[in-house]
Design a binder for this molecule. Structure first.
Ligand SMILES: [Zn+2]
Ligand SMILES: [Zn+2]
Length: 290
């Protein structure tokens, strides 16, 4: 048996989520880590929701960790706390690419028996995240075709609500979209309806797919044992930039070396680039090729 599968034998990982994220994580964790992964439906909406009914006050990373801790508290009551995963995501305009949307996904992993924790995060361009205002149903109907509707659900609400706003979530049929549109329109002072993509994992197959991709990278990282204390999760904790230019030796933006670290002890290793390059092509150099 693979060493990592031996390590996680008879262990259980609970995914703290109301939105079935274990469906993306469980198959990957089973095949790479031999870890049994179960859903742990816990209401983490108090930490903030996509629809902003509750504003998020913690940073996304701390939020993902807090979800783990909430699940560990709840599981401990039944003596079931073992390994827990929490997740968090934010969606918005891409930080560098104009007119593109991006999703920032985080997974957080806590092993309560071996006392270590790890996280992974990534920015995904692959997202259907979108929102707009509509006062005409045929325009709305046309727009949402490009948003992955109806395989991806929508959230509909009045733009300027006359009273306590009703939020229609998980809309995934044309009839439901029409009803939500008509009701929201009549509830809005300016007759405008706010429509956005529903980013909750179980309503959004594209997001489910990105969680699966991130879980795969996470499992591959977890698979590496620390050479010193033999805890899983040994991997890159920092990349050092500044690979010198081939022509003039000026430090470029390319990686010079990688710092590897442990999830538990202080052991670290400075490793060369995987391709063992010692210098950069001058086309990456700000001096030779400004
Ligand atoms: Zn270690
Ligand atoms: Zn140069």
């Amino acid at each position: 048996m693979e060493k990592i599968k031996e390590y996680f034998k008879n262990r259980t990982c609970h995914v703290a989520s109301l939105h079935e994220k274990h469906l993306a994580i469980a198959p990957v964790f089973a095949s790479i880590l031999g870890l049994n992964t179960e859903p742990f439906p816990i209401n983490t909406d108090l930490l903030g929701t996509f629809t902003k009914e509750v504003e998020r006050s913690l940073s996304p990373m701390l939020c993902a960790k807090e979800k783990c801790l909430m699940a560990i508290d709840a599981l401990s009551l039944h003596g079931q706390a073992d390994i827990v995963i929490g997740s968090e995501a934010s969606f918005g305009p891409h930080p560098y690419l104009p007119f593109s949307a991006a999703g920032h996904e985080i997974l957080y992993f806590i092993d309560t028996k071996n006392h270590f924790e790890l996280s992974i995060q990534e920015l995904f361009l692959k997202t259907n995240f979108a929102f707009d205002l509509f006062d005409d149903f045929s325009l709305l109907n046309k727009a949402v075709e490009n948003w992955g509707f109806p395989s991806h659900a929508l959230i509909v609400k009045a733009h300027q609500p006359k009273e306590q706003n009703t939020i229609f979530k998980g809309i995934s049929t044309l009839d439901a979209l029409y009803d939500a549109f008509i009701q929201s329109k009549s509830l809005s002072f300016d007759q405008k309806v706010s429509v956005e993509t529903d980013m909750r994992a179980h309503k959004n197959p594209t997001r489910m797919e990105t969680i699966r991709e991130l879980a795969t990278k996470f499992a591959i990282r977890i698979k590496n044992f620390c050479p010193s204390c033999h805890t899983p999760g040994f991997g890159i904790i920092e990349t050092k930039k500044g690979l010198p230019c081939d022509e003039c030796s000026f430090p470029t933006d390319l990686n010079l070396s990688l710092l590897f670290g442990c999830a538990k002890c202080t052991y670290q290793e400075d490793r060369e680039r995987e391709d063992q390059k010692r210098s950069a092509d001058p086309r990456y150099c700000p001096m030779c090729n400004p």
